[in-house]
Design a protein around this ligand. Structure first.
Ligand SMILES: Cc1ncc(COP(=O)(O)O)c(C=O)c1O
Length: 431
């Protein structure tokens, strides 16, 4: 596969963009350090690079593209919206309709505030929890990524851990002092912490199904116990559903698992590929948000017409077509095929799957938290990533990310992917 133009573009990128990428997760530093591939466009389940090579895409732009690239209804909605004016700076019907649809389909979301990114959604939800409780501590979980605001860059996952910045430089000690990071799936540690510090804890923040140390499912009963302990301590439970909402069914992962938080942070899919986030939850808490209350949060581009139109169109397709059962089946076929190939070639592999998202960890240890996720073999993943790329399969360039099957993947693509896995494992076995 020739990528001459891609290399030339990336050389230009490195001259003018820090590290050549506008988000560290896009670099190939976690998979051997080759230049990343510069893509020209996306079509359904394919990415097409500037040299014209096609790749079956399992990145889904890190989650938002549940319908694949350039879905005709999303493209048409955005074209219509841009013709009406990309930014109005006033309330407008599409943002109101989007907020209504979110509140209708996410259990416990009584009121919402739209933002421009998931980072802002989480940052604002934390501020709101502190405003509501008058308390200082945020409890989060090691290896979880909640965006790049100061408070959540303590032992963070995803791109932060891939490039070795799980604790970012430049975050003031005054901020980190008020953040407690605990191992995920360890109810004992949470209980002990809440027993000691409970009256000073503003919120417990988690993804209900973790997507950022690779996919990690909660142990049975874990979220229920977390909710009970959190409420007993008088703190708020925040579910960061930036990845998970509308990924596994038409609604929140919390509802799927039977736990409704006090506040949600949303993003990714709700913007249909355009910049979008949202936070919200109980009406009595949302009353504190300015202009009603004294918790300030704002945004020039928040709820902008283009993102609102793309989000509404994406949710309409998901609601009408319900592609979830097919996506889950295709992901299950990939999981079974990869495990089978690994066994035949004597390669140690652990797969964590939740519906249409899964992570292949190179190792035998079950992955239940950040410590076990880090045991996955980085070198082997890097080799595998390159072998798949060269066969036209685009995976997220980190062992801590997920493969996402979208509604645009066909059974033939799944078979093609498994054939590529077979050849990659043959090579890995001979290494
Ligand atoms: C769970 C989670 N929360 C928050 C964020 C931050 O969202 P954004 O990148 O839109 O700022 C991400 C991004 O990957 C995420 O995965």
């Amino acid at each position: 596969m020739e990528r001459q133009l891609s290399r030339e573009w990336f050389r230009r990128a490195e001259a003018v963009i820090a590290g050549g990428v506008n988000s560290p997760a896009r670099s190939f530093q976690g998979v051997g350090g080759n230049p990343p591939v510069v893509m020209a466009r996306g079509e359904g389940a394919y990415l097409i690079d500037v040299d014209g090579n096609r790749y079956i895409d399992y990145l889904a732009a890190f989650g938002p593209l549940v319908l694949g690239h350039s879905h005709p209804r999303v493209v048409a909605a955005v074209q219509e919206a841009v013709a009406r004016g990309p930014l109005l700076g006033t309330p407008h019907p599409d943002e109101i309709a989007l907020a209504e649809e979110l509140c209708r389909s996410i259990e416990g979301l009584e009121q919402v505030r739209l933002t421009t990114t998931g980072t802002e959604a989480v940052m604002s939800a934390i501020r709101l929890a502190r405003a509501y409780t008058g308390r200082r501590y945020v409890i989060k979980f090691e290896g979880a990524y909640h965006g790049h605001s100061d408070a959540v860059l303590v032992k963070a996952g995803s791109g932060a851990s891939t490039v070795g910045a799980a604790d970012s430089l430049g975050v003031p000690a005054g901020v980190t002092q008020d953040v407690i990071s605990l191992p995920f799936n360890d109810i004992g540690r949470l209980k002990d912490t809440l027993e000691t510090l409970g009256p000073e804890v503003a919120c417990v923040l988690t993804e209900p199904i973790v997507g950022n140390m690779g996919i990690v499912n909660p142990a049975p009963g874990y979220l229920q116990q977390m909710a009970e302990l959190t409420r007993k301590a008088g703190a708020l439970l925040i579910f960061d559903e930036v990845i998970t909402a509308y990924r596994f069914h038409y609604g929140s992962a919390g509802a799927l698992l039977g736990v409704i938080p006090d506040l949600y942070a949303l993003g990714k899919i709700i913007g249909g590929g355009l910049p979008a986030g949202a936070y919200g939850g109980r009406r009595d808490i949302m009353r504190l948000v300015a202009p009603l209350g004294g918790m300030f949060q704002a945004g020039t581009l928040a709820g902008n017409p283009l993102s609102s139109a793309a989000g509404l169109a994406t949710l309409a397709v998901l609601r009408e077509e319900r592609p979830y059962a097919r996506m889950d089946r295709q992901a299950a076929t990939l999981e079974a095929g990869i495990l089978d190939a690994a066994k035949r070639h004597g390669i140690a592999v652990t797969i964590n799957r939740a519906g249409s998202g899964f992570t292949v960890f190179f190792g035998e240890t079950p992955v239940t938290d950040y410590t076990s996720a880090q045991l996955a073999d980085k070198g082997k993943f890097g080799r595998f990533h390159r072998l798949m790329l060269d066969q036209g399969v685009y995976l997220a360039p980190s062992r801590f990310e997920a493969w996402f099957v979208s509604a645009a993947h066909t059974d033939a693509m799944i078979e093609q992917t498994l054939a590529a896995v077979e050849r990659a494992f043959q090579v890995l076995a001979a290494d």
